[in-house]
Design a protein around this ligand. Structure first.
Ligand SMILES: [Zn+2]
Length: 368
């Protein structure tokens, strides 16, 4: 009788311990980076059918290749909005990402045009500056007409009415700086490594990005309507290359953001003396505070009291930088100051001979 009681106690404690483990696992481990991969269209919505190709199939194929490569990496978790040929409403896609408390939302599409236009472009949410960019958003948003109750779901949003887009840009404003970081990496990889035509990083009002509460981009991988680009995107070789370029961009992004989250630099020093400086010759580190299409005066009152902010125009957007030093310890101090002053999503960037390189690349160069 007594042993049975003992057994029961032991069992109960093991049960409690495992319950605790279960609850502990509910907290997202801080070293985990969650990426939501969103293949455009699907099911009854084929997307564009340029040259007889199907956007929904090409987008899914590229997304699955991206996912397969990312899943092999430690510390990255991949979630798909769809991994088969099914119809998913636009608002559900952002909802999946929000539920997963994701770090990044990446939507993949293919473009179309009634000309032989070609090239790649990556969008972040914002107000379109050209009629051309508005057309892309209108086309992608018009898939809501295939949804039942779309008028209720989207509160009377009309993809074809410019008025519907007013205010939308504000929804992702908090994440704009980081979204542009990924968009830049994607476009640079497409252009430098794959020699695709660069149509740039752009802003427009995509419904699928609107409700995501994390940095988010929509990649137009090229035009199916173009007689060269269509077959390229429909080929396994082309899809492999596009996927690899996007994976590399996501890795660069994750590294940049993770580096920014490191609290103490040089803490692994063997002596108790704090490290005073870490100079990287030929490298300039800066803090990217903000980015966007708005041209701001670089006065302290526009930047929460931060002095000597620098404005640069890159790829049709304004980037705002704080600090400039070859000292990695110093730039981390400045980064902490920027965060304290109200720029939690700011991050460190690195320049070599005037061109932006990743911070990882910079840190691999020799320390003085
Ligand atoms: Zn699309």
């Amino acid at each position: 009788m007594r042993t049975n009681l003992l057994k029961l106690f032991v069992f109960f404690f093991i049960f409690l311990a495992s319950l605790q483990g279960l609850f502990a696992n509910n907290d997202k481990p801080r070293d985990r980076f969650v990426v939501v991969l969103d293949a455009g269209h699907g099911g009854k919505d084929p997307g564009n059918m340029g040259n007889g190709f199907k956007e929904k199939d090409i987008a899914l194929s590229i997304i699955l290749k991206i996912g397969k490569a990312l899943e092999k990496q430690d510390g990255i978790e991949v979630i798909y909005t769809r991994d088969s040929d099914v119809f998913i409403p636009l608002d559900k896609r952002a909802h999946i990402a929000n539920e997963a408390d994701a770090d990044l939302f990446v939507s993949v599409h293919c473009n179309s045009h009634n000309s032989q236009a070609y090239g790649t472009e990556t969008f972040v949410l914002g107000l379109h500056k050209t009629a051309e960019n508005f057309e892309v958003a209108k086309k992608e948003n018009s898939v809501i007409f295939l949804e039942e109750d779309y008028e209720v779901t989207y509160g009377g949003f009309n993809p074809n009415s410019p008025e519907s887009y007013i205010g939308m840009a504000l929804m992702q404003e908090e994440y704009l700086n980081q979204s542009i970081l990924l968009a830049d990496f994607v476009q640079k990889n497409f252009t430098n490594e794959l020699k695709r035509k660069n149509r740039g990083v752009k802003q427009a009002g995509f419904l699928v990005l609107k409700n995501a509460v994390m940095p988010s981009v929509l990649i137009e991988t090229g035009f199916l309507t173009n007689n060269h680009e269509g077959p390229y995107l429909n080929s396994t070789g082309g899809q492999n290359k596009m996927a690899a370029a996007i994976v590399e961009a996501i890795d660069k992004y994750a590294n940049t953001i993770n580096l920014s989250n490191l609290e103490s630099v040089g803490s692994n020093s063997s002596s108790n003396m704090p490290v005073q400086s870490q100079i990287y010759e030929g490298i300039t580190f800066k803090i990217q505070l903000a980015a966007g299409s708005k041209r701001l005066e670089t006065k302290a009152y526009n930047f929460k009291g931060l002095q000597n902010v620098e404005r640069a125009r890159e790829d049709g957007m304004y980037k705002y930088y704080y600090g400039a030093t070859s000292d990695y310890i110093k730039i981390n101090e400045l980064h902490n100051e920027a965060k304290r002053n109200g720029y939690p999503s700011s991050y460190i960037v690195a320049f070599k001979d005037g061109s932006k390189i990743t911070v990882n690349e910079a840190l691999k160069s020799k320390v003085n």
